[in-house]
Design a protein around this ligand. Structure first.
Ligand code: TRP
Length: 431
Protein backbone atom coordinates (compact mmCIF):
# COMPACT_ATOMS: atom_id res chain seq x y z
CA UNK A 1 0.00 0.00 0.00
CA UNK A 2 1.41 3.39 -0.88
CA UNK A 3 1.77 5.92 1.89
CA UNK A 4 -0.19 9.11 2.36
CA UNK A 5 2.09 12.08 1.93
CA UNK A 6 1.41 14.80 4.50
CA UNK A 7 3.08 18.17 4.09
CA UNK A 8 2.98 21.41 6.01
CA UNK A 9 5.03 24.56 6.40
CA UNK A 10 5.40 27.21 9.03
CA UNK A 11 6.22 30.75 8.04
CA UNK A 12 9.33 31.75 9.90
CA UNK A 13 8.38 35.11 11.27
CA UNK A 14 7.96 35.60 14.97
CA UNK A 15 8.15 33.09 17.74
CA UNK A 16 5.97 29.99 17.97
CA UNK A 17 2.93 30.43 20.17
CA UNK A 18 0.33 28.12 21.65
CA UNK A 19 -1.91 28.57 18.62
CA UNK A 20 0.86 27.32 16.31
CA UNK A 21 1.50 24.40 18.60
CA UNK A 22 -2.08 23.29 19.03
CA UNK A 23 -3.24 24.08 15.51
CA UNK A 24 -0.29 22.91 13.46
CA UNK A 25 2.78 21.49 15.16
CA UNK A 26 1.18 19.01 17.53
CA UNK A 27 -1.28 17.45 15.08
CA UNK A 28 1.41 17.32 12.40
CA UNK A 29 3.85 15.53 14.66
CA UNK A 30 1.18 13.11 15.85
CA UNK A 31 0.29 12.37 12.23
CA UNK A 32 3.95 11.85 11.31
CA UNK A 33 4.12 8.92 13.72
CA UNK A 34 1.54 6.93 11.77
CA UNK A 35 2.61 3.85 9.86
CA UNK A 36 1.13 4.72 6.53
CA UNK A 37 2.27 8.30 6.22
CA UNK A 38 5.26 10.03 4.76
CA UNK A 39 5.57 13.51 6.22
CA UNK A 40 7.17 16.65 4.85
CA UNK A 41 7.55 19.47 7.34
CA UNK A 42 9.45 22.57 6.50
CA UNK A 43 10.34 26.11 7.42
CA UNK A 44 8.60 28.39 4.90
CA UNK A 45 11.39 30.94 5.01
CA UNK A 46 10.81 32.26 1.49
CA UNK A 47 7.27 33.03 2.57
CA UNK A 48 8.70 34.77 5.61
CA UNK A 49 10.51 37.24 3.35
CA UNK A 50 7.15 38.38 2.03
CA UNK A 51 6.04 39.51 5.44
CA UNK A 52 9.28 40.64 7.00
CA UNK A 53 12.29 42.62 5.82
CA UNK A 54 14.21 42.41 9.07
CA UNK A 55 17.07 39.95 8.46
CA UNK A 56 17.79 39.50 12.15
CA UNK A 57 14.22 38.46 12.86
CA UNK A 58 14.16 36.10 9.90
CA UNK A 59 17.39 34.44 10.99
CA UNK A 60 16.29 34.14 14.59
CA UNK A 61 12.83 32.89 13.80
CA UNK A 62 13.83 30.05 11.48
CA UNK A 63 16.24 28.78 14.10
CA UNK A 64 13.58 29.00 16.80
CA UNK A 65 11.01 27.26 14.68
CA UNK A 66 13.35 24.45 13.73
CA UNK A 67 14.26 23.96 17.39
CA UNK A 68 10.58 24.07 18.34
CA UNK A 69 9.54 21.28 15.98
CA UNK A 70 12.41 19.10 17.13
CA UNK A 71 11.70 19.84 20.78
CA UNK A 72 8.03 19.01 20.30
CA UNK A 73 9.00 15.53 19.22
CA UNK A 74 9.50 15.60 15.47
CA UNK A 75 11.77 12.75 14.41
CA UNK A 76 13.96 14.02 11.54
CA UNK A 77 14.88 10.43 10.74
CA UNK A 78 11.28 9.57 9.98
CA UNK A 79 10.06 12.72 8.26
CA UNK A 80 11.41 15.05 5.60
CA UNK A 81 12.37 18.09 7.67
CA UNK A 82 13.94 20.99 5.78
CA UNK A 83 14.02 24.68 4.99
CA UNK A 84 12.14 25.76 1.88
CA UNK A 85 15.08 27.98 0.90
CA UNK A 86 17.41 24.95 0.82
CA UNK A 87 15.39 23.44 -2.03
CA UNK A 88 16.15 25.44 -5.21
CA UNK A 89 13.68 23.26 -7.10
CA UNK A 90 10.84 25.01 -5.25
CA UNK A 91 11.35 28.51 -6.69
CA UNK A 92 11.98 26.89 -10.07
CA UNK A 93 8.69 25.07 -9.89
CA UNK A 94 7.07 28.29 -8.68
CA UNK A 95 7.92 29.86 -12.02
CA UNK A 96 6.53 26.96 -14.05
CA UNK A 97 3.32 27.26 -12.04
CA UNK A 98 3.26 31.06 -12.25
CA UNK A 99 3.08 30.69 -16.01
CA UNK A 100 -0.12 28.66 -15.83
CA UNK A 101 -1.81 30.56 -12.99
CA UNK A 102 -4.60 32.93 -13.92
CA UNK A 103 -4.06 36.42 -12.57
CA UNK A 104 -7.76 36.48 -11.76
CA UNK A 105 -7.28 33.55 -9.40
CA UNK A 106 -4.66 35.49 -7.45
CA UNK A 107 -6.93 38.57 -7.37
CA UNK A 108 -9.31 36.50 -5.26
CA UNK A 109 -6.76 35.51 -2.60
CA UNK A 110 -7.99 36.59 0.84
CA UNK A 111 -4.63 37.92 2.02
CA UNK A 112 -4.24 40.12 -1.04
CA UNK A 113 -7.85 41.25 -0.95
CA UNK A 114 -7.53 42.17 2.71
CA UNK A 115 -4.62 44.47 1.86
CA UNK A 116 -6.56 46.05 -0.97
CA UNK A 117 -9.60 46.57 1.25
CA UNK A 118 -7.48 48.11 3.98
CA UNK A 119 -5.97 50.48 1.43
CA UNK A 120 -9.41 51.43 0.13
CA UNK A 121 -10.61 52.12 3.66
CA UNK A 122 -7.57 54.33 4.26
CA UNK A 123 -8.15 56.17 0.97
CA UNK A 124 -4.86 54.88 -0.43
CA UNK A 125 -3.97 53.45 -3.80
CA UNK A 126 -5.44 49.91 -3.84
CA UNK A 127 -2.04 48.30 -4.27
CA UNK A 128 -0.15 50.46 -1.81
CA UNK A 129 2.39 48.33 0.03
CA UNK A 130 1.44 45.19 -1.91
CA UNK A 131 4.53 43.42 -3.22
CA UNK A 132 4.56 40.83 -5.97
CA UNK A 133 5.64 38.42 -3.25
CA UNK A 134 2.38 38.95 -1.39
CA UNK A 135 0.40 38.77 -4.60
CA UNK A 136 2.02 35.52 -5.74
CA UNK A 137 2.16 34.00 -2.27
CA UNK A 138 -0.32 31.21 -3.13
CA UNK A 139 1.79 30.10 -6.11
CA UNK A 140 4.91 29.64 -4.00
CA UNK A 141 2.76 27.71 -1.55
CA UNK A 142 1.37 25.57 -4.37
CA UNK A 143 4.95 24.78 -5.40
CA UNK A 144 5.78 23.73 -1.82
CA UNK A 145 2.91 21.28 -1.91
CA UNK A 146 3.04 20.04 -5.49
CA UNK A 147 6.82 19.57 -5.49
CA UNK A 148 6.28 16.53 -3.29
CA UNK A 149 2.83 15.59 -4.53
CA UNK A 150 1.37 15.86 -1.06
CA UNK A 151 -2.03 14.28 -0.49
CA UNK A 152 -2.88 16.01 2.78
CA UNK A 153 -1.92 19.45 3.97
CA UNK A 154 -2.62 20.18 7.65
CA UNK A 155 -3.35 23.91 7.90
CA UNK A 156 -5.45 26.42 9.78
CA UNK A 157 -8.76 27.52 8.32
CA UNK A 158 -7.25 30.70 6.95
CA UNK A 159 -5.11 28.60 4.61
CA UNK A 160 -7.85 26.46 3.06
CA UNK A 161 -8.23 28.84 0.15
CA UNK A 162 -4.54 28.45 -0.64
CA UNK A 163 -4.88 24.69 -0.85
CA UNK A 164 -7.83 25.10 -3.18
CA UNK A 165 -5.71 27.37 -5.32
CA UNK A 166 -2.93 24.78 -5.34
CA UNK A 167 -5.47 22.26 -6.63
CA UNK A 168 -6.59 24.64 -9.36
CA UNK A 169 -3.04 25.30 -10.46
CA UNK A 170 -2.17 21.59 -10.36
CA UNK A 171 -5.20 20.66 -12.43
CA UNK A 172 -4.37 23.35 -14.94
CA UNK A 173 -0.79 22.10 -15.32
CA UNK A 174 -1.95 18.50 -15.63
CA UNK A 175 -4.45 19.52 -18.25
CA UNK A 176 -1.97 21.55 -20.30
CA UNK A 177 1.08 19.29 -20.11
CA UNK A 178 -0.03 15.95 -18.73
CA UNK A 179 -0.89 14.30 -22.05
CA UNK A 180 -2.77 11.58 -20.20
CA UNK A 181 -0.49 11.61 -17.20
CA UNK A 182 -1.25 13.56 -14.05
CA UNK A 183 2.04 15.05 -12.98
CA UNK A 184 0.52 16.54 -9.87
CA UNK A 185 -1.61 15.00 -7.17
CA UNK A 186 -4.47 17.29 -6.14
CA UNK A 187 -3.83 18.11 -2.46
CA UNK A 188 -6.46 18.30 0.25
CA UNK A 189 -6.52 20.57 3.27
CA UNK A 190 -6.66 18.75 6.59
CA UNK A 191 -8.11 20.94 9.32
CA UNK A 192 -8.34 19.41 12.76
CA UNK A 193 -11.81 20.56 13.63
CA UNK A 194 -11.74 20.33 17.41
CA UNK A 195 -8.70 22.53 17.91
CA UNK A 196 -7.97 24.12 14.57
CA UNK A 197 -7.94 27.65 15.93
CA UNK A 198 -7.14 28.59 19.49
CA UNK A 199 -8.41 31.89 20.91
CA UNK A 200 -5.85 34.37 22.15
CA UNK A 201 -5.77 36.51 25.28
CA UNK A 202 -8.64 38.68 24.07
CA UNK A 203 -10.82 35.83 22.80
CA UNK A 204 -10.15 36.50 19.11
CA UNK A 205 -8.14 33.93 17.18
CA UNK A 206 -4.63 33.65 18.63
CA UNK A 207 -2.47 35.39 16.10
CA UNK A 208 0.69 37.44 15.86
CA UNK A 209 -1.27 40.07 13.99
CA UNK A 210 -3.66 40.60 16.93
CA UNK A 211 -0.82 40.68 19.44
CA UNK A 212 -2.82 38.35 21.67
CA UNK A 213 -0.56 35.32 21.74
CA UNK A 214 0.75 33.10 24.49
CA UNK A 215 4.33 32.10 23.60
CA UNK A 216 5.05 28.39 23.62
CA UNK A 217 8.59 28.43 25.05
CA UNK A 218 9.83 32.01 24.96
CA UNK A 219 10.18 33.55 28.40
CA UNK A 220 9.89 30.22 30.17
CA UNK A 221 7.31 29.12 32.71
CA UNK A 222 7.20 32.64 34.15
CA UNK A 223 6.06 34.15 30.87
CA UNK A 224 3.52 31.37 30.34
CA UNK A 225 2.02 32.09 33.73
CA UNK A 226 1.95 35.84 33.13
CA UNK A 227 0.33 35.41 29.74
CA UNK A 228 -2.39 33.17 31.11
CA UNK A 229 -3.01 35.73 33.85
CA UNK A 230 -3.77 38.26 31.09
CA UNK A 231 -6.52 36.19 29.47
CA UNK A 232 -9.66 38.30 29.47
CA UNK A 233 -12.42 37.17 31.84
CA UNK A 234 -15.49 38.91 33.22
CA UNK A 235 -15.61 40.58 36.63
CA UNK A 236 -17.41 37.83 38.53
CA UNK A 237 -16.02 37.24 41.98
CA UNK A 238 -14.91 33.96 43.54
CA UNK A 239 -18.04 32.08 44.62
CA UNK A 240 -20.14 33.46 41.76
CA UNK A 241 -21.10 30.98 39.03
CA UNK A 242 -19.03 31.46 35.84
CA UNK A 243 -20.03 30.79 32.29
CA UNK A 244 -17.20 28.54 31.07
CA UNK A 245 -17.88 29.62 27.50
CA UNK A 246 -17.41 33.31 28.25
CA UNK A 247 -13.61 33.18 28.26
CA UNK A 248 -10.67 31.94 26.19
CA UNK A 249 -9.45 30.07 29.28
CA UNK A 250 -11.76 27.18 28.52
CA UNK A 251 -10.69 26.37 24.96
CA UNK A 252 -7.04 26.86 25.86
CA UNK A 253 -7.40 24.41 28.75
CA UNK A 254 -9.40 22.02 26.57
CA UNK A 255 -6.67 21.96 23.93
CA UNK A 256 -4.35 20.31 26.44
CA UNK A 257 -6.65 18.46 28.79
CA UNK A 258 -8.43 15.13 28.57
CA UNK A 259 -12.21 15.07 28.24
CA UNK A 260 -12.53 14.20 31.92
CA UNK A 261 -10.26 17.05 33.01
CA UNK A 262 -12.22 19.45 30.83
CA UNK A 263 -15.56 18.34 32.26
CA UNK A 264 -14.24 18.73 35.78
CA UNK A 265 -12.96 22.23 35.03
CA UNK A 266 -16.32 23.30 33.58
CA UNK A 267 -18.11 22.11 36.67
CA UNK A 268 -15.65 23.94 38.92
CA UNK A 269 -16.24 27.21 37.03
CA UNK A 270 -20.01 26.80 37.15
CA UNK A 271 -19.62 26.15 40.87
CA UNK A 272 -17.92 29.49 41.38
CA UNK A 273 -14.18 28.81 41.06
CA UNK A 274 -12.41 32.19 41.18
CA UNK A 275 -10.79 33.38 37.94
CA UNK A 276 -7.39 33.62 39.64
CA UNK A 277 -7.60 30.04 40.77
CA UNK A 278 -8.90 28.96 37.36
CA UNK A 279 -5.91 30.57 35.67
CA UNK A 280 -3.56 28.77 38.02
CA UNK A 281 -5.18 25.45 37.02
CA UNK A 282 -4.82 26.27 33.36
CA UNK A 283 -1.18 27.17 33.86
CA UNK A 284 -0.45 23.96 35.71
CA UNK A 285 -2.17 21.81 33.13
CA UNK A 286 -0.29 23.42 30.24
CA UNK A 287 3.01 23.38 32.07
CA UNK A 288 2.71 19.62 32.55
CA UNK A 289 2.92 19.18 28.76
CA UNK A 290 5.15 22.10 27.95
CA UNK A 291 7.91 21.91 30.60
CA UNK A 292 9.66 18.79 29.21
CA UNK A 293 9.51 20.14 25.68
CA UNK A 294 10.87 23.49 26.83
CA UNK A 295 13.86 21.77 28.43
CA UNK A 296 14.66 20.02 25.12
CA UNK A 297 14.16 23.31 23.27
CA UNK A 298 16.69 25.11 25.42
CA UNK A 299 19.20 22.36 24.88
CA UNK A 300 18.72 22.47 21.12
CA UNK A 301 18.82 26.22 20.71
CA UNK A 302 22.18 26.24 22.45
CA UNK A 303 23.59 24.10 19.59
CA UNK A 304 22.59 25.80 16.33
CA UNK A 305 25.29 23.88 14.43
CA UNK A 306 23.57 20.64 15.29
CA UNK A 307 20.23 21.93 14.02
CA UNK A 308 21.95 23.13 10.82
CA UNK A 309 23.24 19.61 10.19
CA UNK A 310 19.82 18.08 10.71
CA UNK A 311 18.26 20.53 8.28
CA UNK A 312 20.92 20.08 5.63
CA UNK A 313 20.51 16.34 5.79
CA UNK A 314 16.75 16.85 5.47
CA UNK A 315 17.21 19.10 2.45
CA UNK A 316 19.45 16.53 0.76
CA UNK A 317 16.78 13.87 1.19
CA UNK A 318 14.03 16.17 -0.05
CA UNK A 319 16.08 17.23 -3.07
CA UNK A 320 16.67 13.62 -3.99
CA UNK A 321 12.91 13.53 -4.62
CA UNK A 322 12.47 17.06 -5.96
CA UNK A 323 15.31 17.18 -8.50
CA UNK A 324 14.29 14.22 -10.70
CA UNK A 325 10.65 15.28 -10.56
CA UNK A 326 11.51 18.82 -11.60
CA UNK A 327 13.53 17.41 -14.50
CA UNK A 328 10.38 15.66 -15.72
CA UNK A 329 8.34 18.83 -15.33
CA UNK A 330 10.88 20.87 -17.26
CA UNK A 331 10.71 18.36 -20.03
CA UNK A 332 6.92 18.36 -19.91
CA UNK A 333 6.78 22.10 -20.62
CA UNK A 334 9.40 21.81 -23.37
CA UNK A 335 12.58 22.78 -21.54
CA UNK A 336 14.47 19.79 -22.89
CA UNK A 337 18.00 18.71 -23.54
CA UNK A 338 18.75 19.48 -27.21
CA UNK A 339 20.48 16.14 -27.63
CA UNK A 340 17.26 14.34 -26.78
CA UNK A 341 15.45 16.58 -29.26
CA UNK A 342 18.01 15.75 -31.96
CA UNK A 343 17.23 12.09 -31.56
CA UNK A 344 13.57 12.90 -31.63
CA UNK A 345 13.93 14.63 -34.98
CA UNK A 346 15.23 11.37 -36.42
CA UNK A 347 12.64 9.15 -34.85
CA UNK A 348 9.99 10.29 -32.42
CA UNK A 349 10.17 7.07 -30.48
CA UNK A 350 13.87 7.25 -29.73
CA UNK A 351 13.06 9.71 -26.96
CA UNK A 352 11.51 6.87 -25.05
CA UNK A 353 14.60 4.68 -25.14
CA UNK A 354 15.08 3.28 -21.68
CA UNK A 355 11.43 2.41 -21.02
CA UNK A 356 9.36 -0.49 -22.26
CA UNK A 357 6.45 0.75 -24.34
CA UNK A 358 3.31 -0.18 -26.17
CA UNK A 359 2.91 1.07 -29.72
CA UNK A 360 -0.46 1.13 -31.41
CA UNK A 361 -0.81 1.48 -35.16
CA UNK A 362 -2.98 0.71 -38.17
CA UNK A 363 -1.95 -1.48 -41.08
CA UNK A 364 -2.86 -1.17 -44.75
CA UNK A 365 -5.43 -3.93 -44.17
CA UNK A 366 -7.40 -1.33 -42.19
CA UNK A 367 -7.03 -3.30 -38.95
CA UNK A 368 -5.50 -2.14 -35.68
CA UNK A 369 -2.46 -3.69 -34.01
CA UNK A 370 -0.07 -3.10 -31.19
CA UNK A 371 3.43 -4.11 -30.29
CA UNK A 372 5.11 -4.26 -26.94
CA UNK A 373 8.79 -3.28 -26.90
CA UNK A 374 11.24 -3.71 -24.06
CA UNK A 375 13.59 -1.04 -22.72
CA UNK A 376 16.04 -1.71 -25.56
CA UNK A 377 13.15 -1.40 -28.00
CA UNK A 378 13.23 -5.08 -28.89
CA UNK A 379 9.93 -6.60 -29.91
CA UNK A 380 8.50 -8.69 -27.09
CA UNK A 381 5.01 -9.11 -28.31
CA UNK A 382 3.10 -8.57 -31.53
CA UNK A 383 -0.68 -8.46 -31.36
CA UNK A 384 -3.13 -9.93 -33.80
CA UNK A 385 -5.60 -7.74 -35.70
CA UNK A 386 -8.33 -5.72 -33.98
CA UNK A 387 -11.32 -4.15 -35.60
CA UNK A 388 -10.99 -0.89 -33.69
CA UNK A 389 -8.33 1.02 -31.76
CA UNK A 390 -10.59 0.77 -28.73
CA UNK A 391 -10.42 -3.03 -28.74
CA UNK A 392 -6.65 -2.91 -29.13
CA UNK A 393 -6.52 -0.48 -26.21
CA UNK A 394 -8.66 -2.78 -24.08
CA UNK A 395 -6.30 -5.65 -24.76
CA UNK A 396 -3.35 -3.48 -23.70
CA UNK A 397 -5.19 -2.55 -20.53
CA UNK A 398 -5.93 -6.21 -19.78
CA UNK A 399 -2.32 -7.08 -20.37
CA UNK A 400 -1.10 -4.35 -18.07
CA UNK A 401 -3.52 -5.39 -15.38
CA UNK A 402 -2.68 -9.08 -15.54
CA UNK A 403 -0.35 -10.50 -18.16
CA UNK A 404 -1.29 -14.13 -17.44
CA UNK A 405 -4.97 -13.45 -17.91
CA UNK A 406 -4.37 -11.76 -21.22
CA UNK A 407 -2.18 -14.63 -22.31
CA UNK A 408 -5.25 -16.83 -22.35
CA UNK A 409 -6.56 -14.60 -25.10
CA UNK A 410 -4.21 -16.25 -27.59
CA UNK A 411 -6.01 -15.23 -30.73
CA UNK A 412 -5.26 -11.61 -29.87
CA UNK A 413 -1.60 -12.07 -29.06
CA UNK A 414 0.86 -13.51 -31.52
CA UNK A 415 2.43 -16.92 -31.04
CA UNK A 416 5.81 -17.70 -29.49
CA UNK A 417 5.63 -14.94 -26.89
CA UNK A 418 8.04 -15.16 -23.95
CA UNK A 419 5.61 -14.32 -21.17
CA UNK A 420 8.34 -14.11 -18.55
CA UNK A 421 10.00 -11.33 -20.53
CA UNK A 422 6.70 -9.61 -21.09
CA UNK A 423 5.94 -9.68 -17.40
CA UNK A 424 9.34 -8.29 -16.53
CA UNK A 425 8.87 -5.43 -18.99
CA UNK A 426 5.37 -4.74 -17.67
CA UNK A 427 6.75 -4.53 -14.14
CA UNK A 428 9.42 -2.09 -15.32
CA UNK A 429 6.75 -0.03 -17.02
CA UNK A 430 4.60 0.03 -13.90
CA UNK A 431 7.44 1.53 -11.83
N1 TRP B 1 1.10 29.85 4.31
C1 TRP B 1 1.23 28.96 5.42
C2 TRP B 1 0.87 29.70 6.68
O1 TRP B 1 1.00 30.90 6.75
C3 TRP B 1 2.64 28.42 5.53
C4 TRP B 1 2.97 27.60 4.36
C5 TRP B 1 3.82 27.91 3.34
C6 TRP B 1 2.43 26.33 4.08
N2 TRP B 1 3.86 26.90 2.45
C7 TRP B 1 3.01 25.92 2.85
C8 TRP B 1 1.51 25.50 4.73
C9 TRP B 1 2.68 24.70 2.27
C10 TRP B 1 1.18 24.29 4.14
C11 TRP B 1 1.76 23.89 2.93
O2 TRP B 1 0.46 29.06 7.62
Amino acid sequence: MSKTRVLTGITTTGTPHLGNYVGAIRPAIAASRGENVESYYFMADYHALIKCDDPTRIARSRLEIAATWLACGLDPGKVYFYRQSDIPEIPELTWLLTCVTAKGLMNRAHAYKASVDANAAAGEDPDAGVTMGLYSYPILMAADILMFNAHKVPVGRDQIQHIEMARDVAARFNHLFGAGRDYFTLPEAAVEDSVATLPGLDGRKMSKSYDNTVPLFEGGAKKLKESIARIVTDSRLPGEAKDPDSTALMPIFTAFATAAETAEFRVALADGLGWGEAKQRVFERLERDIAPMRARYEELIAQPGHIEEILQAGAARARAMAAPFLAELRSAVGLRDFRAQGIKAKGADALKVGKPQFKQYRESDGKFYFKFLDAEQRLLLQSGAFDSPKLAGQCIAALRADARLAEADRHLLGEGVDMAEVERALAALAE
